[in-house]
Design a protein. Structure first.
Length: 111
């Protein structure tokens, strides 16, 4: 009997280092094993936020507005909350979110 490893897309994936994250309070990885990921927070944060930053309208990459705690699309100004929910159209569908954690000096995410 063989034990198959869980597919890479279902397990924790390293997307960067705490040093990268702490530089600006966010970490954008356009190509990770789980797809595009934007991690928001710092290594000191209790809860890291991680979403797929691809706008569900037409696919532009969202920008994180720390002051307003929302993600804004540069293309047609759709807005999303940190839970991925649409706050303002034209986008209609929520963003995919990930679970994120820090382990040692690594930032890890999981679908
Ligand atoms: Fe984001 Fe149109 S692509 S609002």
């Amino acid at each position: 009997e063989t034990t198959e490893a869980a597919p890479a897309s279902k397990t924790w994936q390293k997307v960067g280092t705490t040093a990268d994250l702490d530089k600006t309070g966010q970490l954008l990885v356009t190509k990770s094993p789980v797809g595009p990921v934007l991690v928001i927070g710092t290594s000191k944060a209790k809860n890291l936020i991680a979403v797929n930053p691809t706008c569900t309208h037409k696919g532009c990459t969202l920008a994180w507005k720390a002051k307003d705690k929302k993600l804004v699309c540069p293309c047609h100004q759709a807005e999303f909350g940190t839970d991925g929910e649409v706050k303002k159209g034209p986008a209609q569908n929520p963003l995919k979110t990930y679970v994120a954690k820090i382990e040692g000096k690594s930032v890890l995410v999981k679908p």
